[in-house]
Design a protein around this ligand. Structure first.
Ligand code: ACM
Length: 537
């Protein structure tokens, strides 16, 4: 399989309708705060109307209303308090209420750690007239419960100026836990460099949908994006440009630590990827000695793939890989290190297998578990390694069988089928951004598949989760990323979290449409796919 790339011009359309909508909302908020109580507006959001769909819902009789006197009661635990403060940080600007976070009292919004059938990320939400109680076995579970609570409140809760309310949460009980432990999204910061602030903004969007993994594609032909002390030219020279010839950039170690810290504050782990042995022109350009012929190629700013390879027979290649893996592993608290391994079209099969045989033990030596794109199954995946499947419906049966065989032998799978959840694929022929080498991927196609049965023959226990990658050949601004991610990203999140029994396009598309005012309130650009019954602008 080969990616067919072309450079797409990036015309930017001013978002006048959204701006107009914002002005109208501001105007109506002014009217409402000028005296009249808001009309007994819409009933609260039903408990099952969120994304990802919760596992179990029991409606109750009376809603809970957040008022000026509401307190957020947390267990006396620093992490629970942090989740409580995070919730207060969302609610205070829009409600205008003080919402103190305290460890005493029994009414209001309660965050409680308690043993129960919640697993490491599940939770329970109980709502009645006097309190909303969020209960989980872990702070991560409470954090996901907070995301549920957010979506049960009116979209205006997301705004950063005071809004009229009322702030009601439907009565009843949600008991919820994820289907899969790995629910990821990838950002390609190599083709176009993304700033720390852009990455943080995306992390916040991922957290809203209970995604728990941020995979950073940190190196490719067009750029090396992380400082490595022992090989400094990787970042300073290899990171000095990007697709289209712009200035590129790289993360200092402190930048990367800040991304990891911020992700962790939203209960996401970071999976760093150094793609090899192919996709390595930026490294080969930075150090002549990494090339078999000892000659450094020029930096590359186009969008072709498959033309570069580390020099498999040279020992210095493994000194280089060992140094890079050691330094990145030291910065990364999570268990995984992604070694790429895709599209190594300039590496012979024998060399590819030999390379993976030498590199995977280096990852283990530095305390990490290997993830590789699914071509790794063409070599010998290390025990415990995960393979990330990025094939298409049309991928050759032999290639799928190779992946299934590895899964039967114990290799875990992360599912990222390119013609389903590659977020950089165009929605249709008119999409102004993105690529189309895997075809057009409209919202229903993106949502309407089952990770549990997607690769027939793969044992259910081998499926570790779902990840939605975002390649950035054509994407640069946050608005570009958001236009491609929304509305498809919430579908990927739901495939990773919700039980298969909740899967239904006709009800999903209604829940999805209801998210649009929330994206507007958050300033998220999105694609108004004709497949979704959006509220009128
Ligand atoms: C890939 O899209 N080359 C993983």
């Amino acid at each position: 399989m080969r990616r067919h790339h072309r450079t797409t011009p990036r015309p930017r359309t001013p978002r006048l309708p959204r701006l107009l909508g914002t002005l109208l909302l501001v105007a109506s908020a002014g009217v409402l705060t000028a005296g009249s109580a808001p009309a007994a507006s819409a009933a609260p959001v039903p408990l099952d109307r969120i994304i990802p769909a919760p596992a179990e819902v029991t409606p109750g009789a009376t809603p809970y209303r957040i008022t000026a006197g509401t307190r957020i009661r947390v267990d006396d635990d620093p992490e629970v308090r942090r989740v409580g403060e995070y919730l207060a940080g969302i609610l205070r600007p829009s409600t205008g209420y003080p919402l103190p976070v305290t460890t005493t009292g029994a009414a209001g919004i309660l965050l409680r750690l308690a043993p129960g059938p919640y697993g490491t990320e599940g939770y329970r939400l109980d709502s009645d007239a006097s309190r909303v109680t969020l209960t989980a076995a872990t702070p991560a579970g409470l954090f996901h419960a907070v995301q549920t609570l957010r979506q049960l409140l009116p979209p205006a809760v997301e705004k950063d100026t005071v809004q009229p309310g009322p702030w009601e949460v439907a009565g009843g009980t949600i008991t919820d836990r994820p289907r899969y432990g790995y629910r990821g999204a990838m950002l390609d910061v190599a083709r176009h460099f993304l700033t720390v602030d852009q990455v943080k903004r995306y992390i916040d969007q991922l957290a809203l949908y209970k995604i728990n993994t941020l995979h950073l594609h940190l190196s490719d032909d067009q750029g090396w994006r992380i400082a490595v002390g022992s090989w400094p030219r990787l970042a300073t020279y290899g990171g000095s440009t990007q697709v289209g010839g712009g200035p590129g950039g790289h993360y200092t170690k402190d930048d990367y630590r800040e991304i990891v810290r911020y992700a962790s504050s939203r209960f996401l782990q970071v999976v760093p990827e150094i793609d090899m042995p192919g996709h390595t022109n930026a490294a080969l350009a930075s150090y002549a000695e990494l090339n078999c012929d000892g000659v450094a190629p020029p930096l590359y700013t186009g969008t072709k793939v498959g033309f570069s390879s580390l020099c498999v027979p040279k020992d210095i290649t493994y000194d280089f890989v060992d140094d890079v893996i050691r330094e990145i592993a030291e910065l990364t608290p999570g268990p995984y290190l992604h070694i790429g391994g895709d599209e190594a079209h300039s590496t012979s099969h024998e060399d590819y297998v030999a390379f993976m045989d030498r590199v995977q033990p280096l990852v283990a030596r530095h305390g990490k578990t290997v993830i590789g794109w699914h071509q790794l199954t063409g070599a010998t995946p290390a025990p415990g390694a995960l393979a990330q499947y990025w094939g298409l419906d049309t991928t050759a049966p032999a290639e799928k069988e190779q992946v299934v065989r590895a899964a039967k032998n114990g290799t875990g799978l992360i599912l990222s089928p390119a013609d389903r959840i590659y977020l950089d694929m165009k929605y249709d022929k008119n999409t102004r951004l993105g690529l189309a080498w895997a075809g057009y991927v409209e919202v229903q196609r993106s949502y309407d598949w089952d990770p549990g049965t997607y690769l027939p023959g793969a044992p259910a226990s081998a499926i570790k989760g779902v990840e939605a990658p975002m390649w950035t050949e054509t994407l640069q601004a946050s608005a570009d990323l958001e236009y491609m991610a929304f509305p498809r990203l919430p579908g990927a999140a739901e495939l990773g979290w919700s039980p298969a029994s909740t899967h239904d396009w006709d009800t999903y598309k209604v829940r999805l449409a209801a998210q649009a005012p929330r994206w507007d309130a958050l300033g998220i650009t999105y694609h108004r796919s004709p497949q979704v019954p959006w509220p009128a602008l």
